[in-house]
Design a protein around this ligand. Structure first.
Ligand SMILES: Cc1cc2nc3c(=O)[nH]c(=O)nc-3n(C[C@H](O)[C@H](O)[C@H](O)COP(=O)(O)OP(=O)(O)OC[C@H]3O[C@@H](n4cnc5c(N)ncnc54)[C@H](O)[C@@H]3O)c2cc1C
Length: 478
């Protein structure tokens, strides 16, 4: 068997792994990166990019569907060409993937190994049983995989996860979406708007990522007005036939119901891809899910020369976090045993549903009791949102009593992908509510709704005396 000795071995050529490799090389370290699957990353191939491409098609369909409110008649021959929708998703997806694959293949071939990596000792990995890699430090950047729980794991032909859905040649006639988290809602709402009969099921009574009860109420009211949602159900039976999948479930009221769908989209979450890694050989203490504890500021596992980066670490399974963690892990692995702590960015997570969902900084459930205050603004009558016929939603902004600093927000409404950034930057800069209100706000814009929430927060924080009078000037419909 061939043996290779390097400074750092990296498992996974996804976003975190590629960033780790660049960082090690930048520092003059000798590294190899092992990949068992196709190059191109989860984000570009089956994640962020194809999901947003499908949503873009759904947005176009929704625009046509709702045009009449503006007096615009879209024509009687409008239809959705399923194969054309899926072709564009794949064409554009493949373009993004192509760039990543080209970049990856530019890395010197001696730095890239193909195969399944498995630990056989704390810093020794076996690749498909044909090559052994010894390293001073290891970066595990193995990503995550869709989780398929019972009773859905027996379904074969009709089951889809986000890993398969974008390769469908046509839109299905109907889909049962299992899971009402971010991925289930993003993909399911898009399918619904593209004319697919779509029903959502979840054993828990939750829609999206929110923890704030007031935001959750508004989300439920809004999504129920558009989507066929069944939460808090018990799935009794799932049967696959050549025609589709038959579901039998019990409603929270105890009623048993049945329905059949052409396809089942299971989107109940993703789990760190550790099953094939042989982590027992590392000597790390593993929890009941087989995962080690990872320090998010160093990405290190305990005091071992092993660093977990990206989704596999389970800290914040998002693209920008995977990039950061890859860099941190690469830097620390290259300079092992000199491990540096890195200040992490303010938390920011966005779901591209309509209305959009966003979490910034601390969530409602994480607010310190007694030392925080909340400001709120509804988007039901917000001027700019109403102009565009998108006037739905609620923003709740959290501040710290005494310092008047902005500490977080839960946001549901139009254009939240942009406003969440403004707030995340403010949170990270430790900005006070009065400093945020002193910033310019144009008119008429969606950000005026955020300003209403900030003004409310200033009142709740009893910070009015610290604000300038002009920061409470009125504008129509703000
Ligand atoms: C449908 C969907 C939509 C998403 N949308 C967004 C979004 O809008 N915004 C956002 O920020 N995030 C989004 N995400 C999340 C984002 O895609 C991930 O957080 C990110 O891609 C994780 O990168 P990674 O490097 O950790 O893992 P990956 O890119 O998955 O890389 C891990 C690599 O490790 C390889 N590997 C695993 N085990 C082994 C082994 N034993 N040996 C060798 N190689 C191995 C895998 O083959 C894989 O290539 C979305 C995810 C999904 C599924």
């Amino acid at each position: 068997m061939e043996t290779i000795s390097v400074d750092v071995v990296i498992v996974g050529a996804g976003t975190a792994g590629l960033n780790a490799l660049h960082e090690v090389q930048k520092r003059g370290g000798h590294a190899v990166m092992i990949e068992s699957g196709a190059y191109g990353t989860t984000c570009a191939r089956v994640g962020c990019m194809p999901s947003k491409l499908l949503i873009a098609a759904a947005d176009a369909a929704h625009g046509v569907e709702t045009a009449l409110q503006f007096g615009v008649h879209a024509g009687s021959d409008r239809r959705i060409d399923g194969p054309a929708v899926m072709q564009r998703v794949r064409r554009e997806r493949d373009r993004f993937v192509g760039f990543v694959v080209a970049d990856t293949e530019q890395i010197d071939a001696s730095r890239r190994l193909r195969g399944d990596a498995r630990f056989v000792a704390p810093t020794r990995l076996l690749v498909d049983g044909w090559v052994q890699v010894d390293a001073r430090a290891v970066v595990v950047a193995a990503g995550s995989a869709p989780w398929i729980p019972q009773p859905y794991d027996g379904i074969r032909e009709r089951l889809l996860t986000s890993d398969e859905i974008f390769d469908l040649p046509d839109l299905p006639e109907s889909v049962a979406v299992i899971g009402t988290g971010v991925i289930g809602l993003e993909l399911g709402q898009a399918l619904h708007r593209l004319g697919v009969r779509t029903t959502f099921f979840s054993p828990i009574d939750k829609l999206g990522p929110f923890t704030d009860p007031q935001v959750r109420r508004v989300v439920r009211r809004q999504l129920e007005s558009e989507l066929d949602l069944h939460t808090g159900i018990e799935m009794l039976q799932v049967t696959e036939s050549s025609a589709g999948v038959a579901l039998r479930w019990r409603t929270p009221a105890g009623e048993v119901r049945e329905e059949s769908y052409a396809r089942l989209l299971v989107a109940v979450g993703r789990r760190p891809a550790v099953a094939r890694l042989g982590l027992e050989a590392t000597g790390l203490a593993l929890d009941r899910n087989g995962l080690p504890a990872v320090d998010p500021q160093t990405t290190q596992c305990g005091d071992a020369p092993i660093f977990f980066a990206g989704d596999v670490g389970g800290h914040r399974p998002l693209l920008h976090e995977a990039s950061d963690e890859g860099r941190i892990a690469g830097a620390n692995a290259a300079s092992w045993p000199n491990v540096q702590r890195h200040e992490r960015r303010a938390p920011l997570a966005i779901a591209f549903t309509d209305p959009q969902m966003a979490l910034v900084g601390r969530r409602f459930v994480d607010l310190p009791g007694g030392t925080s205050a909340i400001g709120a603004a509804s988007y039901d009558d917000q001027g700019r949102a109403r102009v565009a016929g998108r006037n739905r939603g609620l923003v709740r902004v959290y501040g710290e009593v005494g310092s008047c600093r902005l500490i977080g927000a839960e946001m549901f409404g139009p254009g939240m992908e942009h406003m969440a950034h403004l707030l995340a930057w403010a949170v990270q800069q430790k900005m006070t509510v009065q400093a945020a209100l002193a910033m310019p706000f144009y008119h008429p814009v969606l950000e005026e709704g955020l300003r209403t929430a900030l003004r409310d927060l200033a009142r709740e924080l009893k910070a009015l005396a610290r604000c300038r009078p002009e920061d409470f000037a009125d504008a129509p419909g703000d």
